[in-house]
Design a binder for this molecule. Structure first.
Ligand code: SF4
Length: 94
């Protein structure tokens, strides 16, 4: 069986949404935001209700995020992983 590459592992990340550019989510930096699908919390003020169900089909693939980031090389300072609850997903480090 071939070794599992980190690219393959990253494809398991369930991405519920992508913002190509934000000037506010990473203070002082230009960034993209990756919204991870799934959150066990139920905060009364949550404005991302569509991201709460971890079992909901993810509308985006990690490869889409990579593609976007390639087109933004030299323009973005960073990427914000938001949610949902990104740390719930085992694929996050990859
Ligand atoms: S996505 Fe954020 S605000 Fe919404 S329930 Fe989860 S932790 Fe709370």
């Amino acid at each position: 069986m071939p070794a599992r590459t980190s690219h393959t592992a990253a494809e398991a990340l369930r991405v519920g949404g992508i913002t190509p550019l934000t000037t506010i989510d990473f203070p002082g930096r230009l960034a993209a935001v990756v919204f991870c699908q799934g959150c066990p919390w139920r905060c009364g003020y949550c404005h991302n209700a569509g991201l709460l169900d971890a079992a909901a089909p993810a509308p985006h693939r990690w490869s889409e995020v990579e593609q976007l980031l390639h087109t933004r090389r030299g323009l973005l300072d960073g990427v914000v992983f938001s949610g949902g609850e990104p740390t719930l997903q085992a694929a996050l480090p990859d």
